[in-house]
Design a protein around this ligand. Structure first.
Ligand code: CS2
Ligand code: MN
Length: 346
């Protein structure tokens, strides 16, 4: 495996210089953040990002994410244009030496939580999700905002966009995903970029919008939509793992050939559709992080891996879920497990 760390670009308070000091982290996961969703990324802009990362002594390993325009998810009239732009971006990324791209197919909203600074007994804070609270949230109020969301919509645009989803069923979303894959994976194969879809977080429908990348059966269905090593997964333990029906170790064992990117984080299930995020260590939450890492190791897996969201600890402030300290602890913990497994074989 190759240990990486997410960096949000120049405005990220967690600088490349700091990331470089985390033992065992060599790769950066990042993106070009200021090109509007749907437009192609030029080779020059990608190279600028790459150079900045390399100047800091690190390697640009994975792009997370190249976002998918809503028109593609809706199956709208402009989707061919946006798919064409997406393919141009992939070609330019490949030319810049990138071989793995993460994306998601969640309608309108990326990861969703009810609280960004939920206090844990140890004095740290985490992202948390309470089903009742989310059921009472109104995304049309114009008052909701979460760090993972595309904030570029006005209130009216959001209303229009949500209305477009009124008639989109899960089956429609599957069809629109297949339409996208049929065109994009062909290019990914040609330029040798491994595409890695990120699961939906949480893995159930929110605000009445369909969500499909949610379970083992659906991951299987997804992989069969376009059966190619270039059509793969970002297996995010924290996204899938909040549904108690999802057995992450079983998923790693079943899909490891098609998992190009692993997101590792622990969560604590606190009730039905309720959870709080946790430190990475197995006994901090509901997931067997050791067992998951061991499954990757046992399968001789060689993909990219990163610690996912962390707690805010030691008084750190910044982007919720994406502070330096706890994610760094996560990276070191994962590396420690891996080294121990490596050595126990000899
Ligand atoms: C999140 C997402 O769990 C995660 O990794 O922070 O924002 C994720 O980056 C996207 O859904 C991937 O497209
Ligand atoms: Mn993730």
């Amino acid at each position: 495996m190759k240990m990486t760390f997410r960096w949000y670009g120049k405005d990220d308070p967690v600088t490349l210089e700091k990331i470089r000091q985390i033992p065992g982290v060599t790769g950066i996961v990042s993106a070009v953040y200021d090109i509007p969703v749907g437009e192609a990324w030029s080779y020059e802009r990608i190279m600028e990002l790459k150079k900045e990362v390399e100047d800091a002594g690190l390697e640009l390993s994975v792009i997370e994410s190249v976002p998918v325009h809503e028109d593609i998810k809706i199956g709208g009239g402009n989707r061919d244009k946006y798919i064409e732009n997406y393919c141009t971006t992939l070609r330019n990324l490949a030319k810049a030496g990138i071989d793995c791209v993460c994306y998601n197919f969640m309608p309108v909203f990326d990861w969703t939580r009810s609280e960004l600074g939920h206090p844990l007994p140890d004095g740290s804070t985490v992202l948390s999700y309470d089903n009742e609270t989310v059921l009472n949230m109104n995304p049309l109020s114009g008052e909701l905002s979460l760090p993972g969301w595309d904030e570029s919509y006005t209130k009216d645009e959001m209303k229009d966009l949500m209305a477009k989803y009124d008639n989109i069923t899960e089956e429609d979303l599957w069809n629109n995903l297949k339409y996208f894959l049929d065109r994009v994976i062909k290019v990914a194969e040609e330029v040798k970029v491994k595409m890695a879809i990120h699961p939906d977080d949480p893995p159930w429908s929110i605000f009445g919008l369909p969500r499909i990348i949610t379970s083992k059966a659906n991951l299987e269905r997804f992989l069969k939509l376009y059966d190619s090593p270039y059509n793969g997964l970002t297996l995010c333990t924290g996204s899938l793992g909040i549904s108690p029906d999802n057995d992450i170790i079983d998923m790693v064992n079943s899909f490891h050939d098609r998992i190009h990117f692993a997101h590792i984080r622990n969560i604590k299930i606190t009730g039905e559709r309720c959870f709080e995020e946790a430190g990475h260590k197995t006994d901090a939450g509901s997931l067997d992080i050791y067992g998951i890492i061991k499954a990757y190791h046992d399968n001789g897996w060689e993909g990219y891996i990163r610690p996912d969201h962390g707690r805010m600890i030691w008084g750190e402030t910044g982007k919720p879920g994406y502070g330096l300290y706890d994610r760094a602890l996560g990276a070191v913990y994962i590396n420690g497990i891996w080294e121990a497994l490596d050595r126990s074989e000899n």
